[in-house]
Write a protein that binds this ligand. Structure first.
Ligand code: PEP
Ligand code: MG
Length: 555
């Protein structure tokens, strides 16, 4: 038995086979004396697998984002079925004795160059597609799986760390738990795990060896324990703990349908954070009262090009409709810093967290912003959509945003497009500047939502992604809590509500403090809704209110 310890960032015990996430290296194996018969067959099998994958992706895109997005996968299927393409690959295998990977890769280069040199802009754009679909085939040939997991059974997924663009593409039905070498509690792998309600352990370093692949391992997301080849006693202990967790979950399930109300009758809105329309299943299953943060980046991170207005509209409409009139707060694009999409062509920055990210991109590239706003206002006709803007630091930014929103509304109205009569506009309070200006900002918007992940990072000057900074990244720091108080007081003075959508919102050791500060809404991972409801319902907000506020000011 081998025990490894990391940091638990999403609770729960799980066990299953260990699977290492495979990432394409970008290098294509090349051999010039391969056996043509073998390579032809390998190519044909990989081509068929790719066709099947594309068929499944077409269906998934149709269900989730609509036909316009799905067509991409149909185009890729047509390319793989194209006689010239197939003959070119076969020719290189038979004539030059190339291995299948190299033959596909060379064909992709030739076809991409041919497309790029055409006059028609539509055909020029196909250069990227032929490369994309060919790299899928090369990936299959070299054992790299799109979506990361090539297993028939669900696994414990191990990786060094996962980029946001990788997490959005994972086949989530195959994951029982996560173990990462690096990462931080605020990394998107950790956030994804909490959304899915599965255990996750980060920071195990190089303790997880390649030879453990396929072995059955236990993970305990509460203690950070990873056990390989567990002995009987450990197996019993952890399976017993898992049964206890299940029993607790059943107890918490009984809170479904009950109000988030304290003993003294104070109620708090408990909403959910999601990153994908698929997450709505978990929101409904956990009785979330609304969506407090829909990280719209997923639309931008999952593809190789900007999502169209239509694709976005369908995604937002789906979420609004599925939430059946409950408030759905959609945050506009928050790309940059740790969330990178190559096609944005952003310059390399020395300090990306302080660089061109989030609203700064939207205000410098208004065409991207306008397309998202058009989609949001169009979707507002189908539910209770509110729009929220990230990384605000200045009043002028909000005034500029409101001017753009007004233009978009007028444009859509002139086109005769249906929209909600009123769409609430809110901002994220996630920079110290936004807190200090919150009296002025509160007069401009309908609500505040505090992003404690970034607010902690910027207040304490500690990188939220930093591997060895946990000791310094302290969301309970009085500086952060005082900031919360200031923003809450200013929100209430202006008559607007304030919520928390950072990870701190789910920390039940602070629920009483949040109540004392008058926080109106907490937006948490779906799996945290019922534990939070339980905490709220067992509190009397009057008991320690004065003491908590005094301590906050005197500490
Ligand atoms: C935050 O910063 O707290 C937040 C909710 O946004 P994100 O984690 O997506 O940056
Ligand atoms: Mg943030």
């Amino acid at each position: 038995m081998i025990t490894i310890t990391g940091k638990g960032v999403s609770n729960g015990v799980a066990f299953g086979p260990l699977y290492f996430y495979h990432r394409a290296s970008g290098e294509v194996a090349r051999c010039t004396d391969a056996d043509p018969a073998v390579e032809l067959e390998r190519f044909e099998t990989a081509r068929k697998t790719a066709m099947e994958q594309l068929g499944a992706l077409y269906q998934k895109a149709m269900d989730e984002v609509g036909e316009e997005a799905a067509i991409l996968f149909e185009t890729h299927q047509m390319m793989l079925d194209d006689a010239d393409y197939v003959e070119s690959v076969q020719g290189l295998i038979e004539g030059d004795h190339l291995n299948a990977e190299a033959a596909v890769s060379d064909t992709a280069e030739q076809f991409a160059e041919m497309f790029a040199n055409m006059d028609d802009t539509y055909m020029q754009a196909r250069a990227a597609d032929v490369k994309d679909v060919s790299s899928r085939v090369v990936g299959i040939l070299s054992g790299v799986v799109q979506g990361g997991i090539d297993s028939d059974v669900p696994v414990i997924l191990a990786a060094d760390d996962l980029a946001p663009s990788e997490t959005v593409q994972l086949d989530k039905s195959k994951i029982l738990g996560f173990v990462t070498a690096g990462g931080s509690g605020n990394s998107h792998t950790a956030i994804l795990a909490r959304t899915m309600g599965i255990p996750a352990i980060i920071g195990v370093g190089d303790q997880l060896k390649a030879e453990f692949a396929g072995k059955e391992i236990f993970v305990d997301g509460q203690t950070g324990e990873v056990v390989i080849d567990a002995n009987d006693a450990t197996r019993d202990r952890l399976t017993h703990k898992q049964s206890k967790e299940r029993a607790l979950k059943e107890l918490l399930d009984q809170l479904k349908g009950k109000p988030n109300e304290t003993v003294d009758g104070k109620s708090v809105m408990v909403y959910c954070n999601i990153g994908n329309p698929d997450d709505i299943d978990a929101v409904l299953a956990n009785d979330g009262g609304g969506i407090g943060l829909f990280r719209s980046e997923f639309l931008y991170l999952q593809g190789n090009d900007y999502p169209t207005e239509e694709e976005q509209f369908i995604a937002y409409k789906t979420v609004a409709e599925r939430m059946g009139g409950k408030r759905v707060i959609i945050r506009t694009l928050d790309i940059g810093a740790d969330k990178q999409a190559d096609y944005f062509g952003l310059d390399h920055e020395e300090n990306p967290a302080m660089g061109l990210r989030a609203i700064r991109i939207c205000l410098t590239r208004p065409e991207i912003f306008k397309s998202q706003l058009r989609a949001l206002y169009r979707a507002s006709a189908y539910g209770k959509i509110a729009i929220m803007f990230p990384m605000i630091t200045s009043v002028w930014e909000v005034q500029e945003i409101k001017r753009i929103c007004k233009n978009v509304r007028e444009e859509l109205a002139a086109e005769g497009v249906a929209m909600a009569d009123y769409v609430e506009l809110g901002i994220m309070i996630e920079t110290p500047s936004a807190v200090m200006m919150s009296d002025r900002l509160a007069k401009e918007v309908d609500f505040f939502s505090v992003g404690t992940n970034d607010l902690t990072q910027y207040t304490l000057a500690v990188d939220r992604q930093g591997n060895n900074l946990d000791k310094f990244y302290d969301s309970h720091h009085p500086a952060v809590l005082r900031m919360l108080k200031m923003a809450a007081d200013n929100a209430h003075a202006a008559g607007i509500w304030i919520g928390i959508c950072g990870e701190l919102g789910a920390d039940t050791s602070l629920t009483e403090t949040f109540l004392a500060l008058g926080i109106d809404e907490l937006s948490v991972s779906p799996s945290a809704v019922l534990p939070l409801r339980n905490a709220i319902r067992s509190l009397d907000s009057r008991t320690n209110r004065d003491k908590i506020l005094d301590e906050l000011l005197s500490c």
